[in-house]
Design a protein around this ligand. Structure first.
Ligand code: F0G
Length: 459
């Protein structure tokens, strides 16, 4: 019989940061002051912070040591060359342009590749990615498989592209109107769902036939690779690092928010293989971010990132990271809380339509649920539903996505299993009293990415 070995964190804790639980009366007050938007809360009023896994992970002792090795030269920093080598080695891309974070890379890429009237197919969208496509004159087209929009479907690769949808778009608008297909690993808005290698290979084949590029949103590529190792035939004996490399090598370039997988507090990059494209990107980065050997980052941050990349692809690390998210998801399933299945890799996504079926989508069930969870325990989550989806540019109406979710996002290497238990208790507690919860109305709506700064009132 095989010996059972549970996942456990492949590290021990050397430094701690205290967290405090507040009173319910205090939470009620600060939540109202924040317009019932968890983005507008102060972090000191939060007990367990599951707003995002972006920039919130714990760096290792090696990464902190890397900060001391910062070469803060304006041009040609040693840390840039270390980062460049690391990206070439683990991610296969030839040329890199550092940026302050993912959206800096998205901005540059969109300005270079997209012309007015172009179409940008993708395996669902990410908020900032889609906005930059639109600001450059393009139109996003969702070509993800239908299963991705169904929180109950147990399909293991909900990040897959529906090739029929992609082919139909190419037939309809013509390949010359499609500068690239955006492939995200994993798909954040679908609930942290992976794409399979087999599907990515088919996308490669189809796009190559039409001369269309693949741009890889590689924010959580190591997590995606782990799911391929676990669930796709032929990958059980490959390391996460090997699978990550194989994914990247199937694509033409990438935008990276290094604040996720790569476990730094700030940073990102644009990576490409085409020298002409690199030339353009390298020129544009000096306008918006900084010189091409630092982009938006300090030397020390590039060093911490280079080290973070090497740590992010280690099997023991990723097994514990995804294992912890799965543990939380399983605790919630035990009490009947409706979540997106299969459990995602960077967080557990609550299905707010099923959690609060009596609140219609125009009364913001996910926004309401995130506020109620904060009120219950000081756990901060994030809306991923109608508020995040914004409005239709032509009709001005809300986009009503099928998935109306609250994301409990787990930072890497930050919280313990006991924290997961407390989170599950709190969400289950809110679920018990769900019938008494009422929806909200929006009283302030900013023009761009409204979910960050919108304000609400209880109905
Ligand atoms: N792509 C994906 C899939 C992301 O999840 C994010 C950020 C970005 C691009 C943009 O990167 O924030 O560094 O500018 N996601 C964060 C989140 C904000 O909370 O999921 P960024």
């Amino acid at each position: 019989m095989a010996i059972k070995r549970s996942w456990a964190e492949p590290y021990k804790i050397k430094m701690v940061e205290p967290v405090y639980i507040t009173t319910e009366a205090h939470r009620e007050k600060v939540l109202a002051e924040a317009g019932y938007n968890t983005f507008l809360l102060r972090s000191e009023d939060v007990y367990i912070d599951l707003l995002t896994d972006s920039g919130t992970s714990a760096m290792s002792d090696r990464q902190w040591a890397g900060l001391m090795m910062g070469d803060e030269a304006y041009a040609g920093s040693r840390n840039f060359y270390h980062l460049e080598e690391t990206i070439q080695k683990y991610y296969s891309y030839k040329y890199i342009v550092p940026t302050h974070q993912g959206r800096g890379a998205e901005h540059i890429l969109s300005q270079i590749l997209i012309s007015k009237g172009d179409y940008l197919p993708g395996n669902m969208y990410f908020t900032t990615t889609k906005l930059h496509q639109e600001l450059a004159g393009g139109t996003f087209v969702d070509v993800i498989v239908d299963e991705a929009h169904d929180s109950e479907s147990l399909f293991k690769f909900k990040g897959n592209v529906d090739l029929n949808k992609l082919e139909a778009l190419i037939d309809k608008v013509g390949a010359n109107k499609i500068p690239y297909v955006c492939i995200a690993t994993t798909v954040n808005m679908a609930g942290g769902q992976p794409i399979s290698m087999a599907n990515l290979k088919q996308v490669r084949e189809l796009t190559s036939k039409h001369g269309i590029k693949i741009i890889h949103d590689m924010t959580r590529v190591a997590e995606n690779a782990f799911m391929i190792q676990q669930n796709e035939a032929g990958y059980q004996d490959k390391s996460v690092a090997e699978i990550v490399y194989e994914i990247c090598a199937l694509t033409d370039g990438a935008t990276m928010s290094a604040k996720k997988d790569a476990m730094v507090n700030i940073g990102g990059f644009l990576a490409v293989n085409d020298p002409d494209l690199f030339d353009k990107a390298r020129n544009m980065v000096v306008v918006y971010e900084g010189l091409h050997t630092y982009g938006g980052m300090a030397g020390r941050d590039m060093e911490a990132l280079a080290i973070g990349i090497t740590e992010s692809v280690q099997d023991a690390h990723i097994r514990a990271r995804v294992g912890q998210v799965k543990y939380l998801g399983e605790q919630l399933l035990k009490t009947g809380v409706p979540i997106v299945k299969p459990i995602g890799t960077h967080g557990v996504f609550l299905d707010a339509k099923k959690f609060l079926p009596h609140i219609s989508q125009d009364k913001f069930p996910a926004q309401t649920l995130a506020a109620e969870i904060y009120l219950d325990s000081g756990v901060r989550a994030m809306e991923r539903g109608v508020v995040s989806s914004g409005r239709n540019a032509e009709t001005g109406q809300h986009n009503f996505p099928k998935l109306e979710l609250v994301r409990l996002t787990i930072p890497r290497r930050v919280y313990t299993q006991a924290h997961m238990d407390v989170i599950a208790e709190s969400v289950s507690n809110v679920y018990e009293r769900r019938d008494s919860i009422k929806g909200m109305k929006m009283i302030y709506e900013p023009e761009y990415l409204r979910f960050f700064q919108a304000r609400f009132e209880k109905l």
